[in-house]
Ligand binder design. Structure first.
Ligand SMILES: [Zn+2]
Length: 147
């Protein structure tokens, strides 16, 4: 008799490890977020949220897509502002800029700042890092110091 070498023992061999479903899902979600963020920073108009928005004049902490710049200017002009009050900031997404995302809880205290070096990366962090419940975020950019 050969102890432990029965057909049944073979069946008990460990199966190759499988990735737990939640981890696979998490990885898929991150990959999807990375793909979305390839276009850059998201428009801050809640009804829009298109990717690839630019830094604009007049509205602090706002990033707008071309359509929302136009719509905002129409709204502002109707309210008595000068035409084209909101314009893209020239060089608003500088190549070597420092992008800072402030992650916060809209109803609580505390915030976490994460700094990185590209619009794609900062938007990705804004969408995937969740230090608080009900997290909101704002993105700011500082141009690199001149050489
Ligand atoms: Zn927009």
């Amino acid at each position: 008799m050969r102890w432990g070498l029965t057909e049944d023992a073979n069946d008990a061999r460990p199966k190759p490890p499988t990735v737990p479903a939640y981890l696979a899902q998490q990885a898929a979600e991150r990959a999807a977020a990375r793909a979305r963020c390839a276009a850059g920073i998201r428009c801050t108009e809640p009804a829009c949220l298109a990717y690839g928005a630019v830094k604009v004049t007049y509205l602090v902490d706002s990033w707008l897509c071309a359509g929302c710049i136009e719509a905002t200017n129409i709204r502002l002009e109707a309210a008595g502002h000068a035409p084209d009050t909101v314009r893209p900031v020239p060089g608003g997404t500088p190549e070597r800029g420092r992008y800072t995302v402030t992650l916060y809880n809209a109803i609580g205290k505390g915030a976490r700042l994460v700094q990185c070096s590209s619009p794609q990366r900062v938007q990705f962090i804004a969408e995937t890092v969740r230090p608080f419940n009900n997290t909101g975020y704002t993105i700011q950019v500082t141009a690199p110091p001149p050489n």
